[in-house]
Design a protein around this ligand. Structure first.
Ligand SMILES: [Zn+2]
Length: 255
């Protein structure tokens, strides 16, 4: 039986996600921005929370952990990194670890840069990637704790996943990302197509997530920093991809 995934809004623009295993009835929340909407989604479905898979220590990803743990006594899985400041953790995970959610398997990918402790969870059988604040649709997270080469390396790890994997990211930032991307990558037909789709989805008040990783590889300029056309557009012909990526990120910060 295929896993079921529910997507909803937490706080202002965070995504809440539940992944449910019909075979065992195990249910994981990916991060816990705040307890309220997660509790509501669980009640709506009649699901019991068994696990919380945390991606990084930021408050808008862990704010609901204590209350959910109190109510469900669920297992809390969090990054191993010793710089992390996450409380109530039962299991700490590092790169290539595999976490079970019932019979579902989540592979841990360390994707530092946004924070040093950031991990992404890959459900290979479900062709599903939870990338939180490393990779957004048509964007990427701000580089707060790492540096540009580190973040670029993390994006390359995610880019190496198959095209038919679905991307579930941490925030609904897609419209803003599209607006910026069109300023640096205006002739990209895949980006133009995504821009039209995002306009339509937002007009219908629907989430822009998930998106297909293959579409992101073609349309997301932050995944294309090693393409000569992108470097040329930034007057950085021949520059190192991590430097081009850094310039893109700086421009987005100022946009
Ligand atoms: Zn964050």
């Amino acid at each position: 039986m295929a896993a079921e995934i529910r997507t909803f809004t937490c706080l202002n623009d965070n995504f809440g996600y539940l992944i449910h295993d019909p075979a065992t009835r195990a249910t994981a929340s990916i991060d816990a921005p705040e307890a309220g909407p997660i509790l509501k989604a669980l009640e709506r479905e009649g699901w019991q929370l068994t696990d919380i898979l945390i991606t990084h220590h930021h408050g808008d990803h862990v704010g609901g952990v204590a209350e959910l743990k109190q109510k469900y006594n669920c297992r809390v899985v969090a990054p191993h990194d010793k710089t992390t400041r996450i409380a109530n953790v039962d299991l700490r995970v590092a790169n290539a670890d595999v976490v079970k959610v019932g019979s579902l398997l989540a592979r841990v990918l360390e994707t530092p840069g946004h924070t040093l402790d950031h991990v992404s969870y890959v459900f290979d059988t479900e062709k599903t990637l939870f990338a939180a604040d490393t990779l957004f649709s048509i964007g990427c997270g701000r580089v707060f704790e790492g540096d540009y080469p580190m973040m670029w390396d993390s994006l390359l790890k995610l880019r190496a996943l198959p095209d038919d994997f679905k991307l579930y990211c941490g925030h609904e930032y897609t419209a803003s990302n599209v607006k910026f991307a069109l300023t640096v990558d205006p002739d990209n037909a895949a980006l133009q197509a995504r821009a039209a789709e995002v306009t339509r989805l937002r007009a219908e008040n629907k989430p822009t997530i998930p998106s297909l990783l293959g579409d992101e590889k073609r349309a997301n300029v932050f995944l294309r920093a090693d393409e000569p056309s992108v470097a040329a557009r930034l007057h950085m012909k021949g520059a190192d991809a991590a430097a081009v990526f850094g310039e893109l990120r700086e421009r987005k910060n100022k946009s």
